[in-house]
Design a protein around this ligand. Structure first.
Ligand SMILES: Cc1cc2nc3c(=O)[nH]c(=O)nc-3n(C[C@H](O)[C@H](O)[C@H](O)COP(=O)(O)OP(=O)(O)OC[C@H]3O[C@@H](n4cnc5c(N)ncnc54)[C@H](O)[C@@H]3O)c2cc1C
Ligand code: FES
Length: 253
């Protein structure tokens, strides 16, 4: 993307509220401009206008667009998200986006595999699912589960057994292989170890991984987000060639 094509917005928080343990829902609106439509896989870089620490903006998946507002969901992890969770309605943010390439959408049965707040990157896809599609959703404990209804049939896993299958998502996937083996596409997002474990269970040529590499700029300048892919002399930049990569293209795990 050329710098002249970048869409930068000054937005204000329209609503910010806890959604589940450590996870918050954030709606932003822009008074001066219409927010563009987006497609699943795309994200925005968010930053505070006058804050120096953290210096760099952070990328967040766009969850939903409604009434000229974008919704994001974030988990409180470190510097940026602690500050964000302390903000109130009306606070200003700088927003760059939508960025990144939309996720490929082959037709046929979809299987969504979400670990923790990775659900947010997959939520716009989930809203378009059908009853024959599947959501495998793993959390550490039930209190961390985002309680939202989707058309897809949901199978839960938790580390402590407080909801659904007790164990890791890739173990649940292995146990339920008869339900998903005919699927056309798998969409996976979550912590790195979870995505790696799923990478070794799912058919790579039908699997799309939503990578959450650290990003400095979000539009191809800083080289902060490079990903090693197969059949390429140079690593690809996740912000412009991703953040969604097909399993058989990745040389990561
Ligand atoms: C394309 C893309 C989309 C993203 N979408 C979302 C989203 O929708 N919701 C969301 O909450 N986050 C999302 N992230 C991650 C987000 O950009 C930040 O990395 C995260 O919010 C932590 O920022 P921080 O400043 O609070 O923590 P930092 O101060 O940067 O880090 C604090 C600690 O948390 C660890 N950490 C950082 N990021 C993660 C992570 N993703 N998972 C686990 N541990 C981490 C660090 O290693 C460090 O130890 C996305 C990332 C990418 C690349
Ligand atoms: S985040 Fe800067 S090049 Fe990708």
């Amino acid at each position: 993307m050329k710098p002249s094509e970048l869409k930068k917005f000054e937005v204000r928080i329209a609503q910010i509220a806890p959604l589940a343990s450590q996870q918050w829902s954030l709606w932003v609106h822009c008074e001066d401009h219409q927010l563009p439509d987006f497609q699943a896989g795309q994200f925005c870089m968010l930053h505070f206008p006058a804050w120096m620490d953290p210096v760099l903006p952070r990328p967040y998946a766009i969850v939903e667009k409604k009434d000229q507002m974008y919704r994001f969901i974030f988990r409180v992890e470190g510097k940026f998200t602690k500050l964000l969770a302390s903000q109130s309605k009306g606070a200003r943010l700088e927003m760059l986006g939508p960025l990144g390439l939309p996720a490929p959408r082959p037709s046929g049965k979809k299987v969504i595999v979400a670990g923790g707040v990775g659900l947010s990157s997959l939520m716009s896809l989930l809203q378009e699912t059908e009853a024959s599609d599947l959501l495998f959703y793993g959390v550490r404990k039930d209190l961390e589960r985002i309680r939202m209804e989707f058309p897809a049939k949901t199978l839960l896993a938790s580390d402590d057994g407080s909801c659904g299958f007790q164990g890791r998502l890739h173990e649940l996937l292995k146990a339920k292989q008869d339900l998903w083996q005919d699927a056309a596409a798998f969409y996976i997002c979550g912590p790195d170890p979870m995505m790696k474990a799923c990478f070794h269970v799912l058919p790579k040529e039908r699997s799309y991984f939503f990578l959450e590499e650290s990003m400095g700029c979000g539009f191809g300048i800083c080289m902060g987000c490079v990903v090693q892919t197969k059949n390429e002399d140079f690593p690809k930049k996740s912000c412009v060639s991703g953040p969604v990569f097909r399993g058989d293209d990745l040389a990561l795990w």
